[in-house]
Design a protein. Structure first.
Length: 188
């Protein structure tokens, strides 16, 4: 069938650069239009490609949030984007735009900061770095797992936030990424 819309690849799909590029090239031929070939490559502890390709790791996003340095985060986006592009990916399910609100959220060091404006600025830098390498970007996990108190992979997690709470923290963080040109928003 020529109606394939997209694929997400994980570490078990990735052996080395040439195998990955060959595999993604074969996937590109399966759709009437080129399909989405996506991966979760946030940097730090959440990598699928970097680990398998022995690339220099990018730090966890909390590192960049503490630096609050546009250039450092932009360059991290370029690094990730360049090896994703070389392997045939066109969408990254990153960056994380959650605000670090709850000490018991599942995301921890994957979050830039507890300051929504820092999250917004660092998301902007990461998005622009990834996009400079022709990688579409995804803000996640709207409306904000940073206020959660558990792990959504294993449990139902309730997030008790008022509209006013969201307007103060989560909305500004995600708005910055949207204004920076994020291609998707993942609902969590």
């Amino acid at each position: 069938s020529k109606n394939v819309g997209g694929f997400i690849l994980f570490a078990n799909n990735i052996e080395n650069p040439s195998q990955t590029k060959s595999f993604t090239n074969s996937l590109m031929s399966l759709g009437k239009i080129p399909p989405i070939i996506a991966v979760d490559e946030e940097g730090g502890s959440i990598t699928r490609v970097q680990k398998m390709l022995w690339k220099t790791p990018v730090e966890n996003m909390s590192y960049y949030g503490k630096l609050n340095d546009y250039s450092a985060t932009y360059n991290a986006g370029i690094t990730i984007g360049s090896y994703l592009n070389a392997c045939g990916f066109n969408v990254n399910f990153a960056p994380v735009a959650d605000v670090n609100i709850s000490e018991t959220n599942e995301l921890g060091s994957r979050i830039f900061s507890s300051d929504p404006l820092v999250v917004s600025d660092m998301c902007t830098a990461m998005i622009q770095g990834l996009k400079s390498q022709k990688i579409a970007t995804t803000l996640k996990h709207f409306p904000g797992l940073g206020a959660g108190t558990g792990d959504t992979h294993y449990n139902t997690v309730e997030i008790d936030r008022t509209l006013e709470d969201l307007e103060i923290a989560e909305f500004p963080a995600f708005r910055g990424g949207i204004e920076a040109g994020a291609d998707f928003v993942m609902v969590g």
